[in-house]
Write a new protein. Sequence first.
Length: 83
Amino acid sequence: MMTAEHLRSLIAAGLPCDHLEVTGDGRHWAAVIVSPAFEGRRAIQRHQMVYATLGERIHNDEVHALSMKTYTPDEWRARAGTR
């Protein structure tokens, strides 16, 4: 069974992350991902980049559902300033 730490390490291995949070119950996951690789990309493209890091784990149902919030470092800093 997938763990939050394992999923976190898979994402971090495939994307440079300034910040990465992963929570979930073993099949349904939520992630907050801050990466400079997202710069200039739309949300769907960012999600596709994350899915690509997970490869077959998405297709073989090892990760059943993944809800993502994806930010560039500048977006993340701006978001932190509004709290």
